[in-house]
Design a protein around this ligand. Structure first.
Ligand code: F6P
Length: 532
């Protein structure tokens, strides 16, 4: 049942919104980065900042001090701090599902003191002690798996938030993983994926983790059933030792036959769940201590988000730029360019985070929005992207803000590579901004193309935790300014229902009620052996 939506002002209902429209018309549209740097020797210092584990240079964005002030006024007039505090104190900000949004609790390492009479704080304290107990059990299990030399392969079966977060983090922290143990991620219902993994593993040395918040997702249940059938058919005997479930629906996991379960709670959204039991593959890869460092990095960013003044609050500043670009400049996408190959799944992870959270066309009251929301997110690691789509970023007709991620220290010792990598990330941001005049010819670069540079000292568990928490809070802030519920995802339901209707038609051949195209394609795709 949906709860009454809170009455915080929506961005377009504020005086600042109209002032921003005027500012965009008078100077924002023609703002020139090159001129801004030429007239302000201090621009880099003024538009860059430290946050926990992350340094951010925002100076190559199309914004000046007056516009930044107006954007901050917009945040205040939308009661952004009150919205943040409501989320952090456990209010049901996911109003269409009547749920709190408390993934930040998963990062807190010590339970809060329980001797208080305030009901909200008591509620949080009791959740925190559940979190600590579950986390301790999950991390003890991770250590046990790590100590078990007989288990060489771990297969995570999950999709969406039950796949992208752990997969992205395991790849990112691969340098810290214990050698000799392989982690596999199976998400797609396309059997090619599971079949390829099963061809490389043995039942007696494999642990399957069935990761699903709901334990009903068709892809995951189909893969889990096939994995269990394969395990039994290939001589596997001890399901309890070789299967574990990570879910809020512990009963459904037991009904499936899995007795080793680690739970979490409905106040953890799927795309915010890597900090929960869903993070077990990460803990197996890097150990309990490493997992705690990941949480600590995220918690440091949580504290920054909760307490830094808005003008020095990095998630807030990134979100304000997102709104400025989306709703005033009309830019409809953002490219993510991590200059570290271990971050190669970060763009996919951020796609779900941003586009499933903020890809909404109505506000939290259900009113149609008159402005754009989530941009399209996409990207590839640098320098690969430079040799693929950067042409379009430099000379295409659309302006795409780019978010670069640079890591100062390399984790390898190959001479010369890292300097080249870092030279390239600086050069790309510089080229996008500076451009190069060629009298309108093919070699003309317009320049004035915006970018943000996020800098990590090194890629480790703590800095990854902080980077991800930064992105989570930034998505929360833009969603809050847009007045939407960033924590539901009704848009994925229709396709699931229609797939459920179409699947049995492959066997029955029943085309009744289908549109002409779907009927024609179904006939084409049906195999002869299922038509009989
Ligand atoms: O269908 C979308 C979605 O609900 C995502 O939000 C979620 O991360 C994914 O499916 C997987 O869901 P579950 O963890 O319940 O299997």
């Amino acid at each position: 049942m949906a709860t009454a939506a809170p009455v915080w002002p929506r961005c377009d209902e504020t005086p600042a919104w109209h002032q921003l429209q005027q500012a965009f018309a008078s100077s924002g549209r023609t703002f020139d980065l090159r001129a801004a740097f030429a007239s302000d020797a201090n621009r880099f210092q003024a538009f860059s900042q430290e946050a926990p584990h992350v340094f951010a240079d925002l100076s190559k964005n199309l914004v000046d001090a007056p516009t930044q002030s107006l954007l901050l006024a917009l945040a205040r007039q939308c009661a952004l701090e009150a919205q943040r505090d409501a989320m952090l104190s456990g209010a049901a900000v996911n109003n269409t599902e009547n749920r709190s949004v408390l993934h930040v609790l998963l990062r807190k390492q010590a339970a809060a003191p329980g001797n208080t009479s305030d009901a909200a704080i008591e509620n949080i304290a009791s959740k925190l002690s559940d979190v600590a107990a579950t986390r301790d059990a999950m991390l003890a299990y991770a250590q046990q798996v790590r100590a078990d030399a007989a288990i060489t392969d771990i297969v995570n079966i999950g999709i969406g938030g039950s796949d992208l977060g752990p997969q992205m983090a395991v790849l990112a922290l691969d340098g810290l993983a214990t050698p000799g143990r392989r982690l596999h991620f199976v998400s797609n219902v396309d059997g090619h994926e599971l079949a390829a993994v099963l061809a490389r593993v043995e039942p007696r040395s494999t642990l399957f983790l069935v990761a699903s918040k709901t334990f009903t997702t068709v892809e995951t249940m189909t893969n889990a059933r096939s994995a269990r059938d394969w395990f039994l058919a290939h001589g596997g005997t001890d399901v309890a030792r070789h299967f574990a479930a990570l879910t809020t629906n512990v009963q459904a996991a037991r009904d499936f036959g899995i007795s080793t379960t680690f739970g979490f709670w409905d106040w953890v959204g799927g795309r915010y769940s890597l900090w929960s039991a869903i993070g077990l593959p990460i803990a197996i890869a890097i150990g309990a201590q490493g997992f705690r460092e990941l949480l600590a990095g995220a918690q440091a960013m949580d504290e920054h988000f909760a307490s830094a003044p808005l003008e020095r609050n990095l998630p807030v500043r990134l979100a304000l730029l997102d709104v400025w670009y989306r709703n005033f400049h009309g830019f409809s996408s953002r490219s993510i360019a991590p200059y570290h190959s271990a971050l190669r799944r970060l763009p996919a992870y951020l796609q779900q985070l941003e586009m499933e959270s903020n890809g909404k066309r109505v506000d939290r009251h259900g009113r149609l929005l008159p402005f754009g929301t989530a941009p399209v997110l996409w990207g590839e690691p640098g320098t690969n992207g430079q040799h693929a789509y950067f042409q379009m970023l430099h000379q295409g007709t659309d302006v795409v803000p780019v978010e670069f991620i640079a890591v100062k220290q390399a984790a390898h010792k190959l001479a010369g590579h890292h300097t080249q990598l870092l030279a390239n990330v600086l050069a790309q941001a510089q080229a996008l901004m500076q451009g190069k005049a060629d009298a309108g010819g093919h070699k003309d670069f317009p320049g004035n193309r915006p970018s943000t540079m996020l800098v990590l000292e090194r890629l480790d568990a703590a800095s990854l935790g902080a980077l991800i928490a930064l992105q989570e809070h930034r998505v929360f802030c833009s969603g809050a300014l847009w007045g939407i519920n960033s924590f539901d995802q009704w848009g994925v339901e229709l396709g699931k229902v229609l797939a459920g209707d179409i699947a049995p038609r492959f066997a029955s051949g029943d085309l009744r009620g289908l549109d002409g195209s779907t009927a024609g394609l179904l006939q084409r795709l049906r195999s002869p052996d299922v038509t009989s």
